[in-house]
Design a binder for this molecule. Structure first.
Ligand code: F6P
Length: 346
């Protein structure tokens, strides 16, 4: 068999560990492995590179992706899907492992459905917003980086009696904010799914100061819509244009929130936007292990010809689910997780 591997969408720690874990058993089974460059763009444009034992050596701790990535959507390129099918056939590839989030795997689900395309998926994203799996790989590393940042901000916040607003990624879900906020002991956490108002956030901060604590940490997810008692709600974006999957570029809510907090509470407020720092670098041990288990599962699914499936984590078990189920809707933060965070507000 000739097995293709593709990494699409935003990069995240653990992608290379998956590539390694797909390739190793595939070599042992006598299969060839070929890397598709730059996500779906590589299949549209026909950009491939052979992967042998030498290429996959030393990958386990390495951040980013050796294959490169893109946010290309073949369904938005004129003749894109036909080019994908054509290049795939020309290369003599028998199966594709697509490692990606809702967008990359959404394409995989659709092309499988429409063309019986031999693809299996691996759930990747720091946002942890894919359904049908408990966790995506990359998330643990992002939470670890954000938690460390919150710890560091604590000491400087305390020295200066300041409110520190920390903006984290997560797109339209607040998983990174909630988990790093709980782990870092945040005093208020604002997420898209449970939008408390700016006035409520300020009340929590004031309550805390009345208790004698003269500094506070506020974690805000980039997708939180600024919400006010008046009923006004506002999404802060970096630009209005959308990408090929219809996403706007989020970011900047932290600055507006900080201004609002300073104005309403009178407390000196600073803001830190963690940005792509939380997506770069080496994966945590947990992500290395999860990525490895996912990669092995994907290699098995390919070997058994079980296409249209995605490796998933349920409890402590690696299982497989349908790509359609995994991409049907976003996995949002449920109320009971937010309740854990809220128990420590103020
Ligand atoms: O989906 C992962 C993610 O990091 C989101 O949290 C964030 O909104 C987006 O990607 C940023 O994308 P880009 O790399 O295009 O700036």
């Amino acid at each position: 068999m000739r097995v293709g591997v593709l990494t699409g969408g935003g990069d995240c720690p653990g992608l290379n560990a998956v590539i390694r874990a797909v390739a190793r058993p595939s070599f042992e089974r006598g299969h060839e492995v070929v890397g598709v460059r730059a996500g779906w763009r590589g299949l549209v444009e026909g950009i491939f590179e052979p992967l042998g034992p030498r290429e996959i050596s030393g990958l386990l701790p390495r951040g980013g992706t050796i294959l490169g990535t893109s946010r290309t959507n073949p369904y938005k390129v004129d003749g894109g899907v036909e080019q994908v099918l054509g290049n795939f056939g020309e290369q003599g590839i028998d199966a594709l492992v697509a490692i990606g989030g809702e967008d990359t795997l959404g394409v995989a689900a659709k092309i499988f459905e429409e063309h019986d395309f031999p693809v299996v998926g691996v759930p990747k994203t720091i946002d942890n917003d894919l359904a049908a799996t408990d966790y995506t790989f990359g998330f643990d590393t992002a939470v670890f980086i954000c938690t460390e940042a919150i710890d560091r901000l604590h000491t400087t916040a305390e020295s200066h009696n300041r409110v520190m607003v920390v903006e984290v990624m997560g797109r339209h879900t607040g998983w990174i904010a909630v988990m790093s906020g709980i782990a870092g002991g945040a005093d208020v956490i604002l997420i898209p799914e449970q939008p408390i108002t700016v006035e409520q956030a300020c009340a929590e901060i004031k309550r805390r100061h009345e208790r004698g604590k003269d500094f506070s940490i506020v974690v805000v997810s980039e997708g939180y819509e600024l919400s006010y008692e008046s009923g006004e709600r506002r999404q802060v974006t970096q630009e209005t244009a959308t990408d090929e999957f219809g996403h706007v570029r989020l970011g900047g809510v932290g600055h507006e929130l900080a201004r609002d907090i300073e104005e309403r509470t009178g407390f000196e407020t600073r803001v830190t936007v963690l940005g792509h720092v939380q997506r770069g670098g080496s994966p945590t041990p947990r992500d290395r292990v999860l990525a490895t288990r996912y990669g092995l599962k994907a290699a098995d699914l390919v070997h058994e010809g079980r296409f249209g499936r995605m490796a998933a984590l349920q409890g402590d078990d690696i299982v497989d689910v349908s790509l359609a189920e995994a991409t049907a809707e976003l996995k949002t933060v449920p109320e009971d997780w937010y309740a854990v965070a809220k128990a420590f507000f103020g």
